[in-house]
Design a protein around this ligand. Structure first.
Ligand SMILES: *Cc1c(COP(=O)(O)O)cnc(C)c1O
Length: 396
């Protein structure tokens, strides 16, 4: 069995693996046995890169942000994943996985979604491919993310409410896994981040690695060196960060910074800082950092940003953290809101609330004036206007 960054069993150090019920073994093994060969075939590569270019609109620009640079006294570059079709980096992954599903002859696609961004990206590629699409979404999320629910429905997907537990992302993921167990033959499960059992973290990181492939070329063109001093990305499950870190992981000249959601504060019980506050445990099929109480029960995560509101983190990041290959910091709701307003007012770019956490790191860190700092703007802020409008009255 081959792979990209993990070892042959899907481990990053002690993290990752495939901790799954026997009932899922067949599905996961089938995918694990063939994904590497499929993805590397000429046919797949040609079709995938054509879709990234002509359907998703890649390459996404690398934009030198002059007014943010002036403000922070460093050279700030924004990688504009917000300009992709469907508004975030998620399309890079769903385009890759829908091709895998097609090549494997699967007819029915299932997915989980929290804020609805991955659901929309999945419904989009299902419409593109003419495949049936079922999206599991927590009942609570369905209520607070109506525009995305309507988008998925317009695209032809069926949205099924998850009614157990806190009725949010983790519960939707459980429902999707249950569906997959019940329908092993015809169904492909499109996971939305670098989480889940092997081979998902490995293949999702690969599909997102297009971000750092482009970044290297764009930096080389714009600055005559493909190596920045810092790369900063927000971390929910960790897929946009995995993508922009990917081709720099072994480059010791670059500091890779992941930013988790500190919610109301890392010392409160309202945050989603799994690396800072979690302990080793198993969630959704992989060993990783997990927010849990003394009895191993999952602590409900909280963030103003629905896309960062997950109690675990991809095993790749647990390993990058422990090995010091990447560093992780935390930004609160208010720090993210402030950073979003700054980016909007100084550059005319309204970032997604998730991406605003990455931008908030600019306020937390200090730089030398020649430093080249790349921030991944993982998505656009249209979906977050309600939260931004509410925060106008806050004394930020
Ligand atoms: C889903 C989402 C995220 C968080 O997911 P990762 O897997 O950590 O990248 C970040 N930004 C945006 C815009 C998202 O939609």
């Amino acid at each position: 069995m081959k792979n990209f960054i993990s070892d042959s069993k899907g481990y990053y150090g002690e993290y990752g693996g495939a901790y799954i019920p026997e009932m899922l073994r067949h599905n996961v093994t089938e995918l694990g046995d063939i994904y590497f060969e499929l993805i590397n075939s000429n046919e797949f590569q040609t079709e995938y890169y054509d879709l990234l270019k002509n359907y998703a609109g890649r390459p996404s620009p690398l934009y030198f942000a002059p007014r943010l640079s002036d403000y922070y006294k460093a050279n700030i570059f924004l990688k504009r994943e917000d300009l992709n079709h469907t508004g975030s980096h998620k399309i890079n992954n769903t385009l890759g996985q829908i091709l895998l599903a097609k090549y494997m002859g699967k007819k029915r696609i299932i997915a989980e979604t929290g804020a609805g961004q991955h659901g929309v990206a999945t419904a989009t590629v299902c419409a593109l491919s003419g495949l049936e699409c079922i999206v599991y979404m927590g009942e609570v999320d369905i209520e607070r993310q109506q525009p995305n629910v309507k988008r998925m429905e317009m695209l032809g997907a069926k949205v099924i409410p998850a009614k157990s537990g806190s009725r949010t992302l983790k519960d939707a993921t459980n429902e999707a896994l249950r569906d997959w167990i019940a329908n092993p033959e015809d169904t492909f499960y499109i996971i939305g981040s670098v989480v889940g059992p092997h081979p998902y973290p490995d293949l999702v990181a690969y599909f997102q690695s297009i971000i750092s492939i482009e970044l290297k070329q764009q930096l080389e063109q714009q600055t005559a060196s493909d190596t920045p001093d810092y790369i900063i990305a927000c971390v929910g499950g960790g897929s946009n960060a995995a993508g922009i870190f990917y081709h720099y992981i072994e480059n010791k000249d670059v500091r890779l910074i992941g930013v988790e959601a500190a919610g109301k504060g890392v010392d409160t019980n309202l945050n989603a800082a799994s690396i800072k506050n979690g302990q080793t445990g198993v969630i959704h099929g992989s060993m990783t950092y997990l927010m849990q109480d003394d009895h191993g029960q999952i602590i409900e995560p909280y963030s103003i940003s629905a896309g960062l509101d997950y109690p675990g983190v991809g095993p790749l990041h647990a390993w990058l953290n422990d090995s010091g290959k990447a560093e992780y910091m935390q930004a609160t709701d208010n720090q993210a809101l402030k950073a979003a307003y700054r980016c909007a007012r100084l550059e005319g770019i309204i970032p997604a609330l998730e991406s605003a956490h990455a931008l908030a790191a600019l306020d937390i860190m200090t730089f030398e004036k020649d430093d080249k700092v790349v921030v991944n703007v993982s998505g656009r802020g249209d979906k977050d206007m309600a939260a931004y409008i509410d925060s106008l009255n806050l004394n930020l």
